[in-house]
Design a protein around this ligand. Sequence first.
Ligand code: DOR
Ligand code: ZN
Ligand code: ZN
Length: 434
Amino acid sequence: MRVWIKNGHLLDPADHRDEICDLYIEDGKVAFIGSLLSDSRGKEDCQVIDAEGKYVMPGFLDLHVHLREPGFEYKETIRTGTAAAAKGGFTAVCPMPNTSPATDSPEMIRKIREIAERDSRIHVYPVGAVTKGQQGKEMTDIAGMAAAGAKAISEDGKSVMDAGLYREAMREAAKAGIPVLAHCEDKNMVGSGAMNAGKKAEELGMPGITNGVEDVIVARDILLAKETGARLHLCHCSTADSVRMVEQAKKDGLHVSGEVCPHHFSLTEDDIPGDDANYKMNPPLRTSTDVEKLREGLSKGIMEAISTDHAPHGEEEKKASIAKAPFGIVGSETAYALAVTNLVKKGYLTPMQLVERMSTAPCRILGVPGGSLAVGMPADITIADMDSEYEIDRDTFVSKGKNTPFHGMRVTGRVFYTLVGGEIVYQYEGGNAI
Ligand code: DOR
Ligand code: ZN
Ligand code: ZN
């Protein structure tokens, strides 16, 4: 199997390449970079992709998705969720363990991998739970899950409130050589909070979630990482103080990284039009002060990764009031365009930095191959532009979840091809929307 990607603009932060060139793929790997016309190797019998006017980038890795299988197949499946991710330019995803039953044992990790093997055309790196049944009481078999293929542990959906237990889990993760992906939310502080505590919550008469709900657990988890030597990755950071604490942790030489989701760098609480649960997610949309700090954090590389927290829910569930509906919005199919529109076009990221935040850094954080298209690397590739303008249309989503606050929003940047191991797993078919 040979593929010739012609005349694209290669962006590779790891290999320091920022140039128009051809990419030649053989046996699923990058075999040659340069001008193929002046190269002698056989161009016959190969698939040609015209990438003129488009960026050719190492495939994106989404460190944070909810694929809902097993247990909630009416919301999403591994098949539909990975198809949505491929459409969004992602060549790999990390599904969180809040499935039913929870992904909390070596058997469950193997089960997810088996389903993915059958149903997914992109890489699936499963994340194991920290406690059995995510009940916060008894630690899972972390070494066993790592041996079965878990690439990280996380209690996503909630925090482990018992710091002693979490400390033990961090030690185990460090021993197993995998990172801890932390959902930071103090259960005792959040109460029935449904959206950011502030003007908008007051206006709508909704219970609020303060920044402190996130910040106290961020502080605690950084201290636990310091004590245990664990690699700590903070999920969906939403507050100015989270950015400040990650910056300090890095200065202190700790293995701490953070991710920001597109909704948190694109919207503020002021954008919530009324009691519409498509604007409900956890952590919630914050203030413009927080959003500015998150954008700055991404710009400076304090926040290393962009991830989606893709959280599909049923149509009926999201028709409920913000007070009652489940937390979460879909993100796989809109992440790239939102990053281009709100970060690149507004001067917070260069195109190269976008690749670093969506591909190179996530691969580094997880410790998996990818994030570069140097010769010999797997041909996991995202081909996209930063000029196409269109409206997001949730009716075109391939995810089962249509729960997005971005329906009808004008954005810039479109994914044209996603390749995994040199094979096209998504190709844009035309049309004027996502
Ligand atoms: O918005 C969210 N949705 N936040 C979470 O922590 C969980 C997730 C979900 O599973 O729906
Ligand atoms: Zn979470
Ligand atoms: Zn999540």
